[in-house]
Design a protein around this ligand. Structure first.
Ligand code: 6PG
Length: 260
């Protein structure tokens, strides 16, 4: 059976020859999602991850298509550390992106730094931020972000959802906490799958040869159930992989040329 035509809503795999091409296309993709959201409802809700992602969003800096005043930014996951700690995803996004653009600071929703000693309350307070934004208007059971950007670790984790962890089956809470992350720091909060999978668009950004074997497993053998393979947007949501040729070297899954 041919695998060259994935069914509608199957993940779209984009593989770029180098980082600069990935950065440029990612910026175009994000600004398109932003434009569509703002045209429809006057604002753009996006959730960001840590890792290499903040740096790879550099194509948004100085980009005249970006309407920062309409952005509302959340974190897919966050390490439970002060906001200026080197481990903080918020700090990384601030250093690499927000400090360089004109985004209203009150539209960047961080964890509450006063609740670092009580993980349950911390996760709950972040969940309430989501409820404030999403629940009233839509009466939705889960938030519908315009765009969620994810990373993928070499072990196949995404957000702070790690292989074999009990949070992989959390179907109720929007934001959960863990104290036993196998990757330090151990204490984190994270969006759960129902939140991730209800987004209008989801994009993984995963580059580099160290991701090649994991990416092969996820795209060619999703049934192995690695955390990143469990990201399956609810229709009509769409999943994209922004990757590079080093990371996709072992993948048989068909690649799609990038076009907007
Ligand atoms: O919270 C973390 O431990 C990291 O942020 C992690 O989840 C990261 O996003 C992935 O490991 C991908 O990392 P890279 O993008 O750096 O490859």
């Amino acid at each position: 059976m041919s695998t060259t035509h994935p069914p509608p809503n199957a993940p779209v795999l984009l593989s770029f020859a180098n980082t600069d091409a990935l950065v440029e296309s990612l910026a175009e993709f994000v600004t398109k999602a932003q434009r569509e959201a703002i045209d429809k409802k006057g604002k753009f809700t996006i959730a960001l991850s840590g890792g290499s992602l903040p740096k790879l969003l550099r194509g948004l800096i100085g980009n005249t298509a970006v309407r920062w005043k309409n952005w509302h930014v959340y974190y897919v996951d966050e390490r439970v550390v002060p906001l200026d700690d080197p481990d903080s995803n918020h700090r990384s996004c601030t250093e690499h992106l927000f400090s360089k653009v004109d985004i209203p600071r009150e539209q960047i929703y961080t964890i509450d730094p006063n609740l670092l000693d009580d993980l349950d309350e911390l996760a709950d307070s972040y969940e309430k931020e989501l409820i404030r934004e999403f629940a009233q208007k839509d009466a939705a059971r889960f938030p519908v972000f315009d765009l969620i950007l994810l990373g993928m670790g070499p072990d196949g984790h995404t957000a702070s959802l790690f292989p074999g962890h009990e949070l992989l089956s959390e179907g109720d809470r929007w934001v959960a906490y863990l104290e036993d992350s196998p990757k330090p720091p151990p204490k984190r909060i994270t969006f759960t799958y129902p939140v991730i999978n209800h987004a209008s668009r989801i994009a993984f950004v995963a580059a580099g040869a160290e991701k090649a074997e994991t990416l092969r497993q996820i795209l060619d053998h999703p049934e192995t159930g690695l955390p990143a393979a469990r990201v399956k947007p609810v229709f009509p949501g769409q999943l994209f992989w922004f990757s590079d040729d080093a990371a996709t070297a072992l993948v048989s899954y068909p690649k799609t040329p990038f076009k907007l």
